[in-house]
Each structure stands twice: as C-alpha cells, then as structure tokens.
Design a protein. Structure first.
Lengths: 139, 1133, 167
C-alpha cells in the first residue's frame, strides 16, 4: 500500500497530493518532485523510440531511496501519477502496483468528466479523494 | 582509503598518477598554481613502441594523495602513485638543502610505488645569473634547476614530457615482467582489507591458484591500460573476469568488470579525454539544460565531437557496446556492494559509471548510477559529504535532471550549516540555495513568473524561498533577506494561506527593520544581480481610476475646428473605425492640464490581520515630468476596497503615462506596476497634458434689496433687475480672452460687455465686474385654454385654431361675416373666465423658476497658444411670479381705417392691488385677482409687413406666418405697464393669436376706397346732405394697393339706418331705391388697378342713413370702407 | 435501429437547436435555422467534451508513438466509438496537416443529400470540430480544426498542427 499518491498535471505542477504522514508531507513533495526528472526523461522522444516497453502508461519503478520506492505512471494525456511505497513493504508485486495505478487513472478520468471540474485545476473531488485514501496505508 | 575521489572518471584507469607537491615558503601559492597548470598541460605523450604500435600515454597530476590510497594500488594500478614532482624555490644553500630533504622524505612516504621523481627548483644552478649550490649528498633524485619561475623556464615542459616517458618505460618494463611471470608462480594480489582474510589459507588450493591467476590477469589488464594498450587490457580483463567469476572472487570480479568497461570506453573513444579537459572547464555545461549530444557539442565548442564520430573504424570483437558498458558497470557495483570496506571504491565506480552514461547520453542509466550512491553508507566528514552532494548535483544537472540537481544542491547547502559541521558556512549555504532555485521553477526576477497564478510546486517553492530568506539573514545580508522575503510575498501570494501571509508579512517587517527594502537591483559579490521585488499584494489594489479634472478645471478646445461630417449626420465610418484608430488603446479621452493638480483613485484592500501603514504612496509615471505628492494611509485590518486618492501635478506638456504606484509598507519600498497587478486590466494609462491655463472663478453679485437667495432672484413677470457677474483670476497666468454666453432667452438676460476688452489681460487676483440685466419675461397671454367650453368660446372669440379655419365652408363663413361677431362672443368668454382663473394661476405659477446658465469661456498663456480654454459656469435662477395676465382679447375696428382697438381682459394675478398703464395717458387700478377690460388703440399692421401674405392663402403655413407677423406687430406696439408699489414692469402681448377675422381688422386693408357722391371729391366723413327724391350719384372706386392682382372680387353697397342703440335696420326697401348694381362681381383686379361701381340712389324719407361699402375677395376676406358714408336726408323744404 | 444508437444524434440535434434559440441576436424572419448562430459556443461544447472524453478513451491504451499515431487512433477507435464508423480516409502532408474524410457523417445522415441545406451544415459540424480539437489538445497536440462540406453527408475535417511547437 502506498504512503503517498500524487497527481501531476501536464505542466508538471501538482494537482493533488495525499500522503499518510502529514508531518512528512514536504518530504514527500520533494520526492515526488524530483521523480519528475525521471518521468520526463522516460517520456522524452529519445527514450520512446528506444524501447517498446516505455510505451506502456505505467513507467514502473522510478527510483528508490532507503525508505521509499517511487513508482510512476503517465497517461496518454500527460497526466502523471506517482505512488510512493514504503521500501520495507517488500511483498508488493508489480501487478499490484499496476492495479493501483489503473484504479487511480479511472478515478481521475471520472473526476475530469465532472462537468464542474475545469481541466488543469487542482482536484477537489470528494469521490477521488476517497479512492486515493483507500489506497493509502492507514496509520 | 579514507574518502572517495568524486572526480574520478573511467579515463583515470589509463593514467599515470603523479603527485605535484609544493615545497618551502619561497614560492608563492600563486606561482605554484601557475607552475602546476603548466605541468598539467603536459599530460599526454605519444610513443611508438618496438612493435610499431602507437602508444598514448596519459598522466594525471594531483596535488595531494593520502598514503592509504596508495595501498589500493595492487587492486587497481591507477591508484598507485608512480611519480613525484616537487616544486620549490630557494636562494641559499640552506634552502636548497631543506628542499632536498623534504623531497627525499616525500619519496620515502610513497616509496612502495614510486618509479621516478623530479625536483623542480627555481632560483639556483641555472646559468650565471643564479647562484650555484650543490645539493646534499643524500639527495638521490633528479633536480631540474630553473633561474626563475616565470615564463623563462622554458625547458620545463620538455623536462616533464621526458619525465613521463621515463615513467612509461619503467611501467612498460614492469608490465613485461609481469606478463612473463610463470602462470603457476604468480603471487596473490590483495586489497588492503583482505590481508587478514587470507592468513593461514591454503595457497596451493585449486581455487586459490585460480584466484592468483585471475587477479594477476586483471592486474595485467590494469598495466596494459596504463601503458596505452587498451585492446590488450580488454583481453586481460575479459580473461580475468571469466576466471574470477568461476571462483566467485566477487571483489576482484567487480574490479575486472570495471576495468572491462573502462578499457572498452578507451578503445571506443580514444580521443575523448583530449577534449575532456576542455569540457570540464566549460561552465556552460551546468547551465545548459539540454542533454542531446548535438547541443552539448555546440555549447562547449568545436573540440568536442560526438562520441560516434570519434570511434575507430575497426573495433576489436570483444569491445563492449554502450549498453554492455553500463551493464558491466552495474555488475561491478553489485559485486563491490557486497564488501563493506569497498565502499569508497563503490562510490567511485558509481560516479565513473554515471559519467560514462552521461558521455554515452544515457540519462536514465546515469540517474540510476547516481541514485545508487545514496545507498552506500560511508562515514564521511561534512565537507566530504558536501563534495559528494555537489558532484551528484553537477552530474544530475548534466543529464538534465534539474529537480534532482537542485535537491542535492539544497542538501549540500544544509550540510554547510548543519550542527555536525565544525565550520558552518552560511555564505556557501546561501549561494547554493540561490543556485537551487531554478530547479524548483523559481527565479529571483518577479517578471519570470506567469501572470495567472503559479503552476509549480507551491509547497516546495514556499519552503525553498523561505530557506533562502533564512540563509540570507544568517549571512548577514539583511537587504537580501528583505528582498527575498518580498519576492516570496509577491510571487507565492496565491500559494500562501491567510495565516502564512500574515506570518510572512510580520517576518518581513522584522527583517526589513534591519535593512529597508527598496526597488533597486542588488548586486552580489559574485556578480549576480537580484532584481527588485515588490509588495504588489500588500496592500492589494482592487481598482485604479484616473480621474478627470473637476469640471471647472477641464480644458476645452477653444475653437472647435469645423469637422467635416460629410452629408450624413451619422456615419458609422466616422464614429466607428476612424476615431478608434486615432486614439491608442489605453489613452484616456480626457485631458490634464500642466501645473494643475490631478487625481487618481485607488481602492486598496488590506489582506492582513493587522493595521497596515502605507506611507509615501506616489504615482509612478513616465513621459512628461510629473510631480507626485506622497500620501500616507493607514489601512485597518482586513479592510476591503479602501479608497485613497493620489495626487500630482504635471509639470510639462505632452503625454503622461501612469504606470503604477509606489508604496512603502512593512519597511519595504515597492513599485507596483499596473501590468503586474492582476486585478487591473490596463497595463498603463496614457493621458494628454495640455499647457497650463489660468483659472477664473465666476460669482454672481445680486442686488441685495431684491428678494434673493444665493443665486436666485425673485421677480414678477415683466419686472427687471440688475446684478453683477464678478470674475476673479486665481491662477498665475494672465487671462487674455473672455467670452460670455448664456443658454437662456437673450430677452431675459442681457449683459454689457463694452468694458470687458479694455480690462484684459487680467492679472493674477484681478477682478472684472460685468453688469447683468435680468428681465423676468413671462408669458402674459393665456394661450392655453383649459377646458373644452372655453375652446369653443375662444374659437369664436379669436383664438381660432387653424385647422378648423380651413375646414369652414363658404356658406358657414358668410354667416360669420356679420360685422360684430366677435364682440358678441366677448361676454360669453368673459363669463367662463372666472372659472378658468384658478386653474390659470396654477398653470402659470408652475413655470416660475427659470435657470439661466452663464458660461464664461476664458483662456490665457500658455494654453491659449495651443487652443485650449476653460469654462466657468454660474447659474442664475430667476424665480418669476405672475404679475398680470391677458386672459382674453379681441380686436375692434377703430374710428379710422388706419387704427383698430385691441381690447384686452387684464387679470391681476398678484395678491396686491396693481396699477395697469395701458396707454401713455391711461391707467387703471385693478384689485388683486380681479380682471379688467381695457381698449388700446393700435395702428393697423401695414401692408409692407404683410403684403406678401395675400398671394395665395391656401396654405396653413401662410396663415400661421400671417398670424405671427400680425401678432408680432401688435406685440411691438402694445406694451402694458404695471406698477405695484415700488415695483414695476411691463407685459408684452407676445404670443397672442388672432383669428382670421381679427386679422382682417388688424391689418391694413389692401383696398383703398374712393367714394364719389354726386361727383363731389371724396372728402371727410361729414354727412352728405341730400334731400328726398334727389338722385344721388354714387361712384365707388376700390383701388387695389397690393402689388398683385386680387381675384374673385365682389363689391357691394348696402344702406342702413343706425338707431344708435346697437341695432341697425337694413330693411330699407321702402325708404330708398337704388338704380344700378348694388353688387358687382369682378373676376380680377389687376395690381394697382381699381374696380369701379356706380349707382344712383333716391331716398324717400328723410332721416339719417348710412352706406357701408365692402369688398370681399374669394369669399374669404372682407374689407369695409370705414367709416360708413353718412347721408343726412332732409325733407325738401 | 436500436434506440440508444440514435440518442447521441438526437441529443446533438437538440444541442444545436438550443444554442440557436439562445442566440440573443435577432433571428431571421423565416423559420429557417439561424445562420448567425454562435458556432463558437457549439465548438466549445465539443472541445470540452473531447477533452474530457479522451481521458477515458485512452485509459487502457499504450502511449502513442508520434503525432500520426495519435491521429490514427482518432480516426479509428475514437471515431468508431462515437460515430459507429471509422473515418473513411486520412491524408497528411507530414507537415502537420491532416485531412479526415467521413463520407457519411453521422450528424448529417438524416439531412437530405445534396446541396440544398448546405447553409445549415456549419451548425452540424461545429461540435465535432471542437470534439477533435479538444481530444487532440488533451493528448498534447494543439491544433486548428476546420471542416468542409461540399455535399452532404460527406464531410472533411482539416487538422492543422502548427509546426513550431513540436508534439
């Protein structure tokens, strides 16, 4: 289960960030922020032509620190989803991560289709929040 | 090994390590560095060995080398210190001895690995100019003597070159020695920490044999690589890797893998390092965000070629591909990571691998190598940690990972000031913090931020900026701290919560107390320019309105240049397109005047929870010189839209651009430009300033004896009063032109301007008094009958409505041609008068107050030259109350044909007795509210005025015009004067309307009568004395005095007896007989022609007779001969 | 025809009517559809629909290789799911201009063929133009979409991608 989930817009500004530990929020912000470098690199044209595996929306593990593993996912519409997993949580398999991303993507698509949502704004949808918090570790 | 060398690259595997050491005190550090640079340039020597193979030998010079690192020389030979060059300067033998001693002691320290040494000594033993000493006997090294450390020591480069080759030959011989060793005799090579592990092990075991061979093969690979044989090295490493893998000697396998990668790189890109020195020196690399190979090359100059172009045409089959190189590096990292003591090696290989990945343009690989470094736990002092972090940041920057680079920069910055760091360095911390801004999409220039809110990571940006503020404060740059805090409040405003805004504002206030912020760029020692930041949100401007001058100050164009509007009153062309084109978008369509105080109103909101004092608020302008007055305002906590007015005076003529306003609050001076303010849609306002104009104040001086109230003057209708217009010049300029106009009836207000011109120009403070005459012109004629009954009566009595006139049929008309029809209706209309009276009073009273607007247009230098003027307006209210009213009127023929009587019903509408003087000699007193009928003899309207209306009287217009002309004629002659105590006035009959029959009486008859009785000359109207039976010849000649023919004319004669009691007897058939026609009809009477009618009459009875002669034209007009001809018929005696 | 297949057409037709009737400008006297109808309103409806719709459509789609790949997706899968048929013909000059031809555009299928109602055609293609533009915009391709109708119900959509901004 994730400790932090972030939705990042086309222009790499955060649209939604949620994490389990409020006091570590800034730390998570830094982690997610710097993961954007890797996401961008993976999306860049040179990488895209090199490997077919990168055409998948899920970018897999972006990088790992001692405490956390950071996974990335980019939709076709260049919305980035980043999940931070506790590094000690070793039992998590790759397809479980994928399932989480897909769930988040679905929730995001729903939130965007809300007629009151203006694309590009921070997400405030209640339903979306519920989905995200359902994926976060309870602590 | 104590700490890693973060600058290591794969290329260092192929270099000879030489320590360059600085000895003694004689040589300055600067000179040493110069010498070092010169030596450092000689890092490459090319040989061709005995076998004809070209050998590229590289040297790596270092200034310091821990002995412990030397211990790893067996593990990786490039870590061995092979050479030593000492540099010193001396003057005396003692100095020389000391230098030599130090050299020898250094030699001892690195003795195990040194091949050869050199001692560079300046100042002695070089030619005659320098003293010559002998080195001490225990000095067994080779000394290089130079006279001075300057450029003259030209031989240095050659000597160094020679030295490298000497090292090479030693290395080459060692290599040969090693390669010739018997495979089963080789000794076991050990890494420093392994020594104890192998104590007591069976060296003869098969696996250990293999271990020895594997390690030695790897060692040979190292030597080959250093000796410029990378292909051989590749083979050795490959063989070693296979051997070591088979016996699971992971540490050395890692080393072999690393060697394999390094050798592959050397084979693939043999010329890379030549350019590398150049590349490292280019600072562009760090700032250049792009990471494509092409842009890299272009940014660092032409020396750097793309890796692909540097490849040799034919590569050995076992050389690794780019991907394999990375893979092999990864493998070596994995192997190293198993050994805690190999941490330094591991860190270094990570950096090396990352650099290789950077070279190969494999950003993700590089990132993962760098990421790996974080996992390696090394206990390092803080300064080493900083070095590590900075190298990480640098490499991340090279692959375009600006966020990561900034992250590590910040981390390094915090290490500089961490509690564990014995030498905290806030300067460094601050500098790094500044550098890390870009990676967080932050800039020091507020104009770099997008207008519509921020699209970065607000949480982080706030923190980063806050940290910069703290760092700046700790450095002691309060001005910088203020600046950064201001920036935080300017650009992060939308990200800050109200609480944070409040706190930040308070923090700013504290910081700014030490050093005030002002909107000028700050320049750091490093040359970095920090642009000004402004508190555009504290207070927040909600609106910005440039005001017009107050109306009396507004300039106007003196002469409206006749604009050609074309044949159309309105054309969209004129109003739509053209005018819009000529005026620029933000130009205001009104004018300001030089030297005149102007205003701008700003609505301010205080977003903070405390009282905000904003001082020195001024307008920011460009264009003409503008003197702006500072304003200090205190905004209550959280006040919304607090209006402040900024004033200023333009000093020049031309265009003034208002670009914003400046504030001084919380200790920070800010220039708030409109273009930066989100709530203001204009980026600037442009307003035209016209030359200065004088300023006149106009006041009314009303005679105080009359009822007056301010500028109101109360008069009875017809009364007149005098008052004065006082003009006073309040400005410096002289008034050169004054024009006065009023918008009310000129009859009501007249002014005497005869003395005006002589008093111009008007100096400052001068006064001009202009006499005004106010006449309370009122409508004295009741032309608005109030009910239908009176309409009917007035139809008969005279105020005939024109449409009904034309609709009258000739038959009906005839019945009305009886002589006194209107007289009969007179009383009837008077009867209804009383009932109308009350309503009349109301009617006329309601229109009592008349507003007269007097406009004084004036101008003076210099504005007059540009055609501008001002207008001063005074309002004079005239309260007109009713005096007398002509409620009804009629006309009556007078005794002579040149006159008629105007009969008026005059009403006294006042509440006092009034004396009405209706002719020069006659007057009458009328009680309040009472009517009175007065006759006034009036000359008839002469044909010269109305002759033209006899042309064709078909059109209503002519009838109206005729009516107006006659009415004016009456009005001009009749003036009813009234007196009421001391007050007096006159009433005009203007507006009186006349019916068709009245008109015939009012105007002069166009027919001149000539009546001959018994061929006697037509004379006065004394009765003709005739006798009964006498045949009286009557000849009537009607002269047409019009300048046109009269048509359809009938002449008739009628006799009657006037009983003088109001009745006339027309039935005289038995009393007289007439021969000849009494009635003739003439189709036309030419202009100035005449009609003649003759008849004979015989009277039968005596008595008084009268004969009326009349002439009618077209059955419409009837003209009578007045007075009737009288006959006194006498009995024949 | 199953009812749910015609729902979109009906909704679209009502949308056109609604936008026309809400037009504040005076209407043409005849009962004809107003030509001066605010097409940009319809276009904007299309844009936001396309923008949001594409988020859903591409959910389980692998990343597009390039611009052409994206346009191909629009022509086939995207078009089919909305209009029940793929685009009939796609042409490009490889310079950022794409011409998508639908020979039987669904929103005009019910209008009699030929040229007699050509003046009403802009009303029926504005929404779809916006739909294309919105879908592409969310996929990172800012474009200008114009449409051309020569004879109903065939319709050509021109997508122009300015070349200075690389996809």
């Amino acid at each position: 289960m994730a400790v932090c989930i972030a939705i990042i817009g086309k222009e790499n500004a955060p649209k939604y960030v949620a994490c389990t530990e409020k006091d570590q929020e800034l730390d998570f912000h830094y982690k997610v922020h710097s993961s954007l470098d890797i996401i961008e690199e993976k999306l860049s044209a040179t990488s895209l032509t090199k490997g077919t595996d990168l055409r998948e929306q899920c970018l897999g593990l972006l990088y790992a620190t001692e405490e956390h593993k950071i996974y990335g996912y980019v939709t076709n519409t260049k919305i980035k989803i980043v999940i931070v997993i506790d590094a000690n949580h070793t039992g998590l398999r790759d397809n479980e991560i994928r399932a989480m991303f897909r769930k988040l993507h679905g929730a995001y698509a729903d939130a965007v289709c809300n007629p009151f949502y203006i694309p590009g704004d921070p997400i405030t949808s209640k339903k979306f929040c519920e989905t995200v918090h359902g994926l976060l570790v309870k602590s | 090994m104590s700490h890693p060398d973060y600058e290591q690259t794969y290329h260092h595997h192929s270099t000879l390590l030489i320590l360059v050491k600085y000895l003694g005190d004689e040589l300055s550090t600067k000179s040493f560095n110069k010498i070092f640079d010169r030596i450092n340039r000689i890092n490459y020597v090319k040989f061709t060995d005995g076998g004809g193979v070209p050998r590229n030998i590289w040297a790596r010079y270092i200034k310091d080398y821990p002995v412990g690192n030397n211990d790893w020389g067996d593990f990786q030979t490039h870590r061995r210190l092979l050479g030593l060059i000492t540099v010193g300067k001396c003057k005396t033998q003692v100095d020389l001895n000391e230098l030599c001693r130090k050299h020898e002691s250094l030699k001892v320290r690195y003795n195990s690995t040194l091949y050869d040494t050199r001692c560079v000594i300046f100042g002695v033993n070089d030619g005659e100019s320098t003293p010559s000493y002998t080195p001490p006997s225990n000095f067994k090294s080779r000394a290089l003597y130079f006279a001075s450390d300057g450029d003259e020591s030209a031989g240095l480069e050659d000597q160094i070159s020679e030295y490298i080759s000497s090292l090479f030959w030693v290395l080459e011989s060692k290599r040969h020695e090693r390669s010739r060793e018997k495979i089963d005799k080789v000794s076991l090579l050990l890494a420093p920490f392994e020594k104890k592990d192998f104590v007591g092990l069976d060296m003869e075991s098969r696996s250990n044999k293999k271990r020895c061979v594997g390690r030695m093969t790897k060692h040979l690979g190292d030597l080959c690589l250093q000796a410029g044989l990378p292909v051989d090295a590749l083979n050795h490493y490959q063989a070693a890797a296979e051997t070591l893998r088979s016996i699971n000697d992971l540490l050395w396998l890692g080393s072999a893998c690393e060697g394999l990668s390094a050798a592959s790189m050397c084979v693939r890109f043999p010329n890379m390092h030549k350019s590398q020195t150049v590349q490292r020196n280019t600072s562009l690399q760090e700032t250049n965000k792009t990471k494509t190979p092409t842009s890299k090359a272009s940014s660092s100059g032409s020396e750097i070629l793309e890796p692909s172009s540097l490849q040799l045409p034919s590569l050995p089959h076992n050389v690794l591909s780019n991907e394999e190189i990375c893979k092999t590096y990864r493998e070596s990292i994995i192997h190293y990571s198993k050994y805690q003591h190999a941490g330094v090696i591991e860190v270094e290989v990570c950096f090396k691998a990352a650099r290789v990945a950077v070279e190969l343009n494999m950003a993700l690989q590089a990132a993962s190598f760098l990421q790996n470094i974080i996992f390696i736990t090394l206990t390092l002092p803080e300064d080493e940690k900083i070095k590590k972090l900075m190298t990480l940041s640098d490499l991340y920057g090279k692959i375009g990972f600006q966020r990561k680079a900034s992250f590590y920069q910040r981390l390094a910055a915090t290490k500089y000031v961490s509690a564990r760091n014995p030498q905290t360095n806030w300067d460094q911390c601050y500098n790094l913090m500044l550098q890390s801004l870009s990676g967080h999409r932050l800039s020091l220039d507020p104009s770099d931020y997008p207008a519509g809110g921020n699209n970065g990571w607000g949480r982080l940006q706030k923190q980063v900026l806050q940290d910069v503020v703290v760092a700046a404060k700790r450095v002691g740059h309060s001005s910088l701290a203020t600046r950064h805090m201001t920036l935080l409040l300017q650009v992060m405003w939308s990200e800050l919560s109200p609480q944070e805004r409040h706190e930040s504002a308070q923090q700013l206030q504290v910081i700014a107390a030490q050093c005030e912020g002002s909107p000028i760029p700050l320049i750091l020692d490093s040359g970095l320019v920090i642009p000004p930041a402004n508190l555009i949100h504290i207070p927040t401007a909600e609106s910005f309105v440039v005001h017009k001058l107050r109306s009396q100050f507004q300039p106007l164009k003196l002469d409206k240049i006749k604009e050609d509007y074309g044949p159309f009153l309105f054309t969209p062309f004129k109003f739509g397109s053209l005018e819009r084109n000529t005026t620029s978008k933000d130009k205001l369509n009104y004018l300001w005047v030089a030297e005149e105080e102007c205003e701008v109103k700003i609505e301010l909101t205080n977003p903070l929870q405390f009282e905000l004092e904003v001082s020195n608020m001024r307008l920011l302008t460009t264009g003409v010189v503008f003197e702006t007055l500072p304003l200090t305002v205190t905004l209550p906590p959280e006040v919304q839209k607090y209006v402040v007015t900024l004033t200023g005076t333009p000093k020049e003529v031309g265009e003034l651009e208002i670009t914003g306003y400046s504030t001084h609050t919380l200790g920070v001076k800010s220039n708030c430009r409109l273009k930066c303010l989100p709530q203001i849609s204009h980026s600037q306002f442009t307003i035209e300033v016209v030359p200065a104009l004088p300023y006149l104040e106009a006041t009314l001086n009303i005679d105080s004896t009359k009822d007056q109230n301010g500028s109101t003057i109360s008069l009875y209708a017809g009364e007149s009063a005098e008052c004065q217009l006082v003009l006073e010049n309040f400005n410096k300029g002289e008034v050169e032109l004054i024009e006065i106009s009023s918008d009310c009836d000129p009859s009501m207000l007249s002014y005497d301007l005869s003395n005006l011109q002589s008093q111009l120009p008007m100096k400052e403070g001068a006064k001009i008094t202009i006499p005004l005459t106010v006449f309370a012109s009122g409508n004295f004629v009741n032309s608005y009958p109030t009910d239908t009954a009176s309409v009917k009566s007035s139809l008969i009595s005279g105020t005939n409505s024109f449409p009904s006139l034309t609709s009258l049929k000739p038959g009906q008309y005839d019945t009305l041609t009886t002589p006194t029809p209107s007289f009969r209706s007179g009383p009837s209309s008077l009867n209804s008068l009383t009932s109308q009276l009350t309503q009349l009073k109301l009617d006329h009273a309601s229109k009592g107050l008349v507003e007269c607007r007097l406009k004084v247009k004036y101008s003076g230098k210099p504005g007059i030259d540009s055609g501008y003027c001002r207008i001063a307006t005074v309002v004079l209210n005239v309260d007109v109350s009713n005096s007398i009213l002509i409620s009804n009127w009629d006309v009556m023929p007078a005794e002579t044909s040149s006159q008629f009587y105007m009969v008026l019903d005059v009403m006294n509408m006042t509440d006092q007795e009034i004396e009405v003087k209706y002719t020069a000699s006659k007057s009458i007193l009328i009680e309040e509210g009472e009517p009175c009928r007065v006759p006034i003899p009036v000359d008839r309207c002469p044909l010269s005025k109305i002759g033209k209306f006899f042309q064709s009287e078909d059109s209503i217009k002519e009838v109206v015009d005729l009516n107006v002309t006659c009415s004016d004629h009456i009005a001009s002659l009749v003036e009813v004067q009234w007196e009421m105590g001391e007050r007096k006035g006159k009433a005009s009959l203007k507006g009186i309307t006349l019916s068709s029959h009245m008109l015939d009486i009012v105007r002069m008859s166009p027919i001149n009568w000539e009546i001959w009785v018994n061929d006697l000359e037509p004379n006065n109207s004394t009765p003709h004395i005739v006798s009964i039976g006498e045949c009286i010849q009557i000849r009537i000649i009607a002269h047409n005095s019009l300048s046109r023919p009269l048509t359809d004319l009938s002449l008739s004669v009628q006799f009657f007896q006037d009983y003088r009691n109001g009745t006339c007897n027309y039935n005289l058939d038995s009393r007289l007989a007439t021969s000849g026609p009494s009635h003739i009809h003439l189709p036309v009477v030419e202009e100035l022609g005449s009609a003649v009618m003759e008849c004979c009459t015989v009277f039968f009875n005596p008595g008084q007779y009268k004969m009326s002669v009349q002439c009618s034209s077209q059955g419409r007009h009837t003209w009578k001969q007045m007075p009737p001809v009288e006959f006194d018929v006498q009995d024949v005696a | 025809m199953v009812a749910d297949e015609i729902l979109l057409e009906l909704l679209h037709a009502e949308l056109v009517n609604y936008v026309c009737s809400n037009e504040p400008k005076e209407k043409e006297p005849s009962g004809q559809l107003n030509k001066h109808c605010n097409l940009s309103t319809l276009e904007y409806f299309g844009f936001s629909t396309g923008y949001k719709l594409i988020e859903r459509f591409t959910k389980d789609w692998s990343r597009f290789k390039d611009e052409l790949d994206t346009i191909k997706f629009i022509c086939t899968d995207f078009w089919t799911s909305i209009y029940k048929k793929p685009i009939d013909n796609l042409r490009t000059n490889h310079q950022g201009v794409y011409v998508l031809q639908d020979r039987a555009f669904r929103f005009m299928a019910k209008i009699s063929n030929g040229t007699q109602h050509l003046d009403a055609a802009p009303l029926y293609i504005a929404f779809t133009s916006g739909l294309l533009r919105g879908a592409l915009a969310n996929l990172g391709i800012n474009s200008i979409v114009t449409a051309e109708v020569q004879s109903m119900p065939a319709c050509k959509f021109h997508i122009q991608v300015p070349r200075n901004q690389m996809p």
